[in-house]
Design a binder for this molecule. Structure first.
Ligand code: GTP
Ligand code: MG
Length: 485
């Protein structure tokens, strides 16, 4: 069972029930606030009862401060004092965190046995009193208002959480066991001396890690969300041509090409060429464009949104017309072409992914002409709503919703374990508070992201474009392979 995170987690159980062991196997040491440990800090050791008053005062301060910052806090005390439990629960509510009670329901005899084996056992009558209290708490816990009450029985108090799902061999169709395909979006290019080697090594790693494809951003100046204006950002169709030569099984394309950069026919030509070079595995992400600065710098007109959206619709229509069989004239949807002579032919269908979440125009263009619609949110409530809007447009324009795939761009922090996740958050968050940054990037291990991706799949998402904010080397790509199992 996976617990909410961030969250307040209050442990309840007698001495020797396994509370500290359970917490240590699941949380970083800094996240566990333990009365025993604080007795050791403020007194002579974890069992210095004279230091209890000071230890609990500090414990309350630490718990309150962490909850206020929205940080996961595991309270490791006996947990038998109802007044304290309720106060922590209220503090979690005030901090906007879910509150979980974890009852270590270890059999009495086992607690006695473990207690007896300790260097400094709790006196037998004291333990007996604790075990009676646990029995009482067991009866009232459900009624206290916890978001979740977890009972850990003797069988599943294993010291380690379930092993991470083993990375499976990539399946041939590259759909994971979650029913998803994932495409690595490369947005930063720390390639040092050898751009070609870096690009092709990253692509080979993505292939090996079971990704279905690789997407490049299409920008003329690196965007501020990703890096600095003087960071390198390659022209994607040229770079994808080089990547095609690496001979992977990846689909290759952009996310997203602004319609303002090139006449749609030229994008159609680039994609058809890529398709011919890459065994028919090319796609085009296309959007209305938004980064005014790069247009100005490169002498490219940046008309008002309405005109760019008109152009977006014509662009999708134009590309499809040029890729269609034959060379006949085309005249529909505001696009008139006297012929559609385009060679080389694409070696396979070229899906068009319409990017953007504009509800009135962009989603309608996707519904009418797109093969997929890339929604730029991973907030599940917002996503569910946008999928609803997309499907309403499909209904409206008489298109079967199954013909328009839902894709999302996910920008997650992925760590090897809990310590690594938080080390990455600390490194990447800049001036953003840690809890805010962690929430925005869904910071978690591979297993945590898989749980979330399963929910995204449940909302109708079929492909996830993933761009991790700290992708630097092929090894970073290989570390993501568990996502594709
Ligand atoms: P107090 O801090 O005294 O309240 O106890 P606690 O609930 O924190 O128990 P703790 O985690 O320290 O575990 C007590 C003893 O039981 C330790 O020696 C652990 O190694 C052992 N133990 C904890 N969980 C398990 C388990 O799942 N299986 C086995 N075999 N031993 C366990
Ligand atoms: Mg303990």
């Amino acid at each position: 069972m996976r617990l909410p995170d961030p969250a307040l987690v209050v442990l309840v159980g007698a001495s020797g029930a396994g509370k500290s062991t359970w917490a240590a196997a699941r949380y970083r040491a800094e996240e566990v606030v333990s009365s025993d440990a604080l007795r050791g800090v403020l007194g002579s050791g974890p069992h210095d009862l004279d230091a209890s008053g000071d230890a609990f005062a500090v414990l309350e301060t630490v718990v309150a401060a962490r909850l206020r910052r929205g940080l996961t806090t595991v309270v490791d005390t006996l947990g038998l004092d109802a007044t304290r439990r309720i106060a922590w629960l209220d503090a979690a509510r005030a901090g906007g965190l879910p509150a979980v009670a974890v009852l270590l329901d270890t059999p009495d005899a086992e607690c006695r046995r473990r207690n007896g084996a300790r260097d400094r056992p709790v006196p037998a009558p004291v333990l007996a009193g604790q075990l009676r209290s646990v029995r009482d708490v067991r009866a009232v816990l459900d009624a206290e208002g916890w978001d979740l009450v977890v009972r850990v029985g003797a069988e599943d108090t294993a010291a380690t959480p379930p092993a991470a799902a083993a990375a499976a061999e990539p399946r041939e169709d590259r759909t994971s066991s979650l029913g998803l395909r994932s495409v690595l979006q490369v947005s930063r290019f720390p390639w040092d001396e050898d751009p070609l080697a870096w690009l092709t090594d990253v692509a080979r790693a993505a292939d090996e890690a079971g990704f279905a494809g690789l997407a490049l951003m299409d920008h003329l100046i690196q965007v501020p969300q990703v890096g600095r204006a003087w960071d390198p950002i390659p022209e994607p169709w040229v770079a994808l041509g080089a990547i095609a030569a690496a001979g992977t099984g990846l689909e290759l394309g952009t996310l997203c090409t602004p319609v303002t950069f090139r006449p749609a026919g030229v994008t159609a030509k680039a994609a058809a060429t890529l398709s011919a070079l890459n065994g028919g595995r090319a796609f085009v992400g296309i959007g209305a464009g938004w980064f005014e600065r790069e247009h100005a710098a490169y002498g490219i007109p940046f008309p008002p949104a309405r005109e760019r959206l008109d152009e977006l619709e014509r662009a999708v229509v134009t590309m499809k017309a040029l890729w269609a069989a034959g060379t006949k004239a085309y005249d529909d949807h505001g696009v008139a072409l006297p012929e559609t002579t385009s060679y080389p032919r694409p070696a396979g269908p070229i899906p068009v992914v319409v990017g953007g979440s504009g509800e009135r125009r962009t989603l309608r263009i996707a519904a009418r002409h797109g093969d997929a619609c890339n929604l730029r949110t991973t907030d599940e409530t917002e996503l569910a709503r946008l999928v609803g809007v997309l499907h309403a447009h499909c209904e409206d324009v008489g298109r079967d919703r199954s013909e328009v795939a839902v894709t999302v761009l996910d920008l997650p922090v992925v760590g090897a374990d809990r310590d690594d996740v938080w080390a990455r958050v600390e490194r990447l968050r800049g001036r953003t508070p840690a809890a805010t940054y962690a929430a925005r990037t869904h910071a978690a291990t591979v297993d945590g992201h898989r749980d979330r991706w399963a929910r995204l799949a449940g909302l109708g998402v079929s492909t996830i474009f993933i761009a991790t904010p700290d992708l630097g080397s092929p090894d970073d790509v290989l570390a993501l392979r568990g996502l594709n199992a």
